[in-house]
Ligand binder design. Structure first.
Ligand code: GLN
Length: 192
C-alpha cells in the first residue's frame, strides 16, 4: 500500500485522512519535518492559510515541506493548501508567506456571498485529457488569478480557475473530501 501524509497543523485534516484510508492508503498525520520522509504523496488541507503558514514556520516544517514538494513528492493542495503552494498571494494576511512551489497567483476568499459556501458539480480534466464530473464544496474559496506556462487548468467555476496541475502538484480551491468524491484523490494516488 501507499503511505500518504496529510499536513496536520490546522484545518480539515480528518476528512482527507478518511478519504485516503477509504482508497486503501496508509495515512501519516504530518506535524514534524521528519514525518515527511518515506511518504509516497502529501495532502495540504483546507483551513486558514495564514494560520497554517505561521504554524509551518513556528514548528520548523516549512523548509522541509518546500524541499520535499519541489523535489517531486506528489502533492495535492486544497483551498488553504492551494494558497500555501502558490508562487504569489494577491491579498496575503499581514506577514503571510507561501511556499512558492506552484507557478500561480491566487486571490483569497474570491467568490461573492452567493457562492461563499456552495456545492457544485465541476468538470475535471484528467492528465489524459478526459473530462470527469466532480461533486464538490466551496468554502470561502480562493481563485487562481494567473497561471505560469507549465501549469494546466483542470477545472473552472463561474468562469474562474479553481483547479490546476503542474508536474507532481495538483491544486484545487474546492473540497471534494467533504462530498465523498474521490476523483482527485485517486489522481494523487496514481502519481504516488
Ligand atoms: N479562506 C481561507 C484562507 O484564506 C481558505 C478557506 C478554506 O480552506 N476552506 O486560507
Amino acid at each position: 500500500g501507499k503511505t500518504i501524509g496529510v499536513l496536520a497543523l490546522q484545518g480539515g485534516v480528518s476528512e482527507h485522512a478518511e478519504t485516503l484510508r477509504g482508497l486503501g492508503a496508509e495515512v501519516v498525520l504530518v506535524k514534524k519535518a521528519e514525518q515527511l520522509q518515506g511518504l509516497d504523496a502529501l495532502v495540504l488541507p483546507g483551513g486558514e492559510s495564514s494560520t497554517i503558514d505561521r504554524l509551518t514556520r513556528i514548528l520548523g516544517v516549512r523548509d522541509a515541506l518546500k524541499s520535499a514538494i519541489s523535489g517531486g513528492l506528489p502533492t495535492l493542495g486544497t483551498c488553504a493548501g492551494l494558497i500555501m503552494l502558490a508562487r504569489e498571494i494577491d491579498d496575503p494576511a499581514p506577514g503571510q508567506q507561501s511556499l512558492g512551489v506552484l507557478d500561480i497567483s491566487v486571490g483569497r476568499n474570491a467568490f461573492g456571498s452567493q457562492v461563499d459556501s456552495a456545492e457544485a458539480l465541476l468538470e475535471w480534466r484528467t492528465p489524459a485529457g478526459e473530462v470527469l464530473p466532480v461533486k464538490t464544496a466551496f468554502i470561502r474559496a480562493p481563485r487562481v488569478s494567473s497561471v505560469g506556462e507549465g501549469v494546466e487548468v483542470t477545472a473552472r467555476y463561474h468562469g474562474e480557475i479553481v483547479g490546476v496541475r503542474q508536474g507532481n502538484i495538483i491544486g484545487i480551491s474546492f473540497h471534494p473530501e467533504l462530498t465523498g468524491d474521490t476523483t482527485v484523490h485517486e489522481e494523487l494516488l496514481g502519481l504516488a
